[in-house]
Design a protein around this ligand. Structure first.
Ligand SMILES: Cc1cc2nc3c(=O)[nH]c(=O)nc-3n(C[C@H](O)[C@H](O)[C@H](O)COP(=O)(O)O)c2cc1C
Length: 223
């Protein structure tokens, strides 16, 4: 009982098996390359979250009115080049990213009580990457990309459904091209923070900051 200051904490520990054998985070034990750590954490979340969205992340941008804006998008590709999601460039986030091409993405995997926070500069993926991804999507999602003027006001649900019918007819019996306003955004990280829950709110936080093309510094942050 010594580790637990209340019976609630003891209960929390007993009902969260991931805490039983897990190593605490330390600057020494974490790999020098934050992408290696991200891959381990992401794969672990993927394994245990079958059927859910381990790739769901909160994308935070600075709006054209300078207020912060957050929404969930899905991570579709990632590499040392950055973290990619797809969207409509004419949407609210599209306008925000065009005015301020900087963003933050935040993952929370409740199954492992871990958070990853990434901040960076944003660029478009190239057209052939976007074409390839668009062509891999189900036909109905492709129609949806044409039918939805994302973030604009609809007067009724029917207005949207009529657009779907219009584009289904327009593209009947032919491959659906990618709309030129629909593409991928890549966040090129300058900071990546790994957060892992520990008891008594004394969590571990390790922040990586990019210093040059391949090199990162690590520091521990107060929880
Ligand atoms: C689980 C989940 C996944 C989503 N994935 C995407 C996505 O990959 N791309 C996207 O544009 N919107 C996605 N959305 C919808 C966005 O959260 C948001 O409603 C939409 O992009 C419009 O945002 P905006 O008006 O700020 O541009 C997703 C929503 C949820 C809940």
């Amino acid at each position: 009982m010594a580790r637990f200051s209340t019976s609630r904490e003891l209960l929390f520990f007993l009902t969260h098996p991931t805490l039983w054998f897990r190593q605490p985070l330390s600057q020494k034990s974490l790999h020098a390359d934050p992408f290696v750590v991200f891959e381990q954490w992401y794969n672990q979340a993927k394994k245990s979250l079958s059927g859910e969205f381990p790739n769901a992340m909160c994308l935070s941008t600075t709006g054209t009115d300078d207020y912060p804006e957050g929404r969930i998008v899905l991570l579709k590709e990632w590499s040392k080049e950055g973290f990619v999601f797809y969207s409509n460039t004419q949407s609210q986030k599209g306008a925000a990213l065009s005015a301020h091409p900087k963003a933050s993405i935040t993952f929370y995997w409740s199954v492992s009580q871990r958070q990853v926070r990434i901040k960076g500069d944003v660029e478009f993926v190239d057209n052939s990457t976007a074409d390839q991804y668009f062509s891999s999507r189900p036909r109905r999602s492709q129609i949806g990309a044409w039918a939805s003027e994302q973030s604009t006001t609809l007067h009724s649900r029917k207005e949207l459904e009529d657009k779907v019918i219009e584009y289904e007819e327009k593209f009947a019996q032919q491959p659906i091209p990618r709309p030129d306003y629909w593409t991928g955004y890549r966040i090129k990280p300058i900071e990546i923070e790994f957060w892992q829950l520990r008891l008594n709110r004394l969590h571990d936080r390790i922040l990586y900051k990019k210093t040059s093309k391949e090199s990162w510094t690590k520091s521990r942050l107060s929880p």
